[in-house]
Ligand binder design. Structure first.
Ligand code: BG6
Length: 490
């Protein structure tokens, strides 16, 4: 294992993301010897915590990951806390002094990761101050990691990007999309480009449609305020879903370098068919959850949630039909859907192949089951291939059979957390699984038309799906119009 040496500064170290994802991911890297003892983490946030308080919190958040040969106290001793006011230059000066001291103490050659895990309104200020106060002018490298939301629409994302780019160059900026850290999302490329079986069929001659579902059972939780202004479209489609579309539809890159892969992804996003505001309804369906039963529990509707307007028009569900107007994909709908409070938690991709020109077999009166390649992203990780074969000797009917490969069934611990991977990649300077500005810009432009249409034209039927269902009926109709149906995601 390469063991990169760095000081990681986490802005927003008292927050939820740090506790739930970042501390555990850093711990896992430590446990797996991907970090030597030569690293330090500086947590900064407004609260007047001490090193001890931060360390206690770190220990709590990683406690359940401890193994016999990891010393959790020793791990926590690498953490330092500094109360911080993002608008005050003195805070940056103190931080500079502290990080320089830690360089010496931990043999770090001036390498810095500045991880912004906090409210996006301060991203620009922090980036400029880091540069102006000399925190990025070290002997080593400096990288900026940014969490979403990266803007609210194209215009605000552009302004934010310009602010950040004053202080950091594009190759120093690591925009997180945690879906890109998931094992099976990374596997899409491998499945496509390492199998003679799929790539020749991966086009409009053999594929009839592709379906991407990311369904959640959780509601909006305590994020009502954020979610009211984002909704499912900005929260999930602009980033995670469009990233999966790009990986599924891109041309084979000439090399597996970040530049080549990103440039192929960008071409897909450029080829997405744009819609006029009036056309949005033909392609997209929105939903909002009412009350219902999810995983055997009664739950309230979205409008009753904390910090949510009683007459909210925010969509908690989106489904849509994307068309990629290029030679490979012309005519093949890519259906997407995502929502909160749905029947099950699953992210699944189904590639449906076209029917054969003629059916020689009886299939109990039904047509032959189409061949499907199902990529299970989560919770199961794996692939299922739906084929037809004969099960009964001598029969003239064919029966659908499944070939299954489960990636995480043996030992769940084998799959690293998405964040663990992404933090490590950032330390190694590998930006492949982070989003380039060009991707962010194109995704926003695509999504902006939909949000504008929905803002101009409020939904009149909200709430329109019961919690615990797979979304509104209109979402099924979207596929039925073309003779398709959503395949099960589990
Ligand atoms: C986040 C969204 O980006 O992704 C959340 O803000 C959503 O609303 C989450 O719940 C889903 O991630 P995962 O990894 O649980 O599918």
């Amino acid at each position: 294992n390469e063991q990169p040496k760095s000081i990681i500064v986490i802005f927003g170290a008292t927050g939820d993301l740090a506790k739930r994802k970042l501390f555990p991911s850093i711990f896992r890297l430590y446990r797996e010897n991907k970090l030597s003892e030569d690293f330090a983490v500086v947590g900064v946030a407004r609260r007047p915590w001490t090193n001890e308080e931060l360390r206690e919190n770190v220990k709590k958040s990683v406690g359940n990951l401890q193994t016999e040969d990891t010393d959790i106290d020793k791990f926590a001793s690498h953490f330092y806390y500094q109360p911080f006011d993002v608008t005050n230059v003195e805070s940056y000066q103190e931080l500079k002094t502290l990080t320089e001291e830690l360089d010496t103490q931990y043999n770090v050659p001036g390498n810095r990761i500045f991880y912004l895990a906090m409210a996006p309104e301060f991203f620009g200020t922090i980036a400029s101050n880091l540069k102006n106060e000399g925190l990025t002018a070290t002997e080593g490298w400096s990288r900026l990691v940014i969490e979403k939301p990266f803007g609210h629409d194209y215009q605000s994302a552009k302004e934010l990007n310009e602010q950040i780019r004053h202080a950091f160059s594009e190759d120093q900026i690591y925009r997180i999309d945690h879906y890109l850290g998931k094992e099976m999302v990374q596997n899409i490329e491998v499945i496509r480009f390492a199998n003679a079986l799929f790539e020749p069929l991966w086009n409009n001659q053999y594929i009839s449609n592709i379906q991407i579902t990311s369904s959640e059972t959780l509601g909006v939780e305590d994020r009502g305020r954020y979610y009211e202004s984002s909704g499912a479209l900005r929260d999930m489609v602009q980033n995670h879903i469009l990233q999966m579309v790009a990986l599924l539809a891109m041309e084979p890159p000439i090399k597996l370098t970040p530049e080549e892969i990103r440039s192929e992804k960008v071409k897909v996003l450029r080829a997405l068919r744009s819609m006029s505001i009036d056309e949005v309804d033909q392609y997209f369906v929105r939903g909002q959850y009412g009350k219902g039963i999810v995983e055997e529990n009664e739950v309230i509707g979205y409008r009753e949630e904390n910090s949510v307007d009683e007459e909210s028009n925010t969509a908690t569900f989106v489904s849509g039909k994307l068309m990629i107007d290029n030679f490979r994909w012309a005519g093949v709908p890519i259906y997407i859907r995502t929502g909160k409070r749905m029947k099950e938690k699953a992210t699944t991709i189904v590639v449906q192949f076209k029917d054969l020109p003629m059916n020689l077999y009886f299939n109990r009166g039904k047509d032959i089951h189409p061949n499907l390649l199902v990529i299970h992203i989560q919770p199961e990780e794996g692939i299922t291939l739906h084929l037809n074969a004969r099960k009964t000797p001598g029969a003239t009917a064919s029966t659908p059979i499944n070939l299954n490969y489960c990636n995480n069934c043996g030992d769940k611990m084998n799959t690293p957390e998405a964040y663990e991977r992404l933090i490590y990649d950032c330390m190694l300077g590998d930006a492949t699984n982070f989003t380039h500005w060009d991707e962010v810009a194109l995704s926003w432009k695509f999504v902006d038309t939909i949000s504008e249409a929905w803002e101009q034209n409020k939904a009149k039927d909200f709430p329109n799906y019961e919690s615990g269902s797979m979304g509104p009926k209109a979402s099924d109709a979207l596929l039925a119009e073309e003779g398709f149906q959503w395949w099960p995601v589990g």
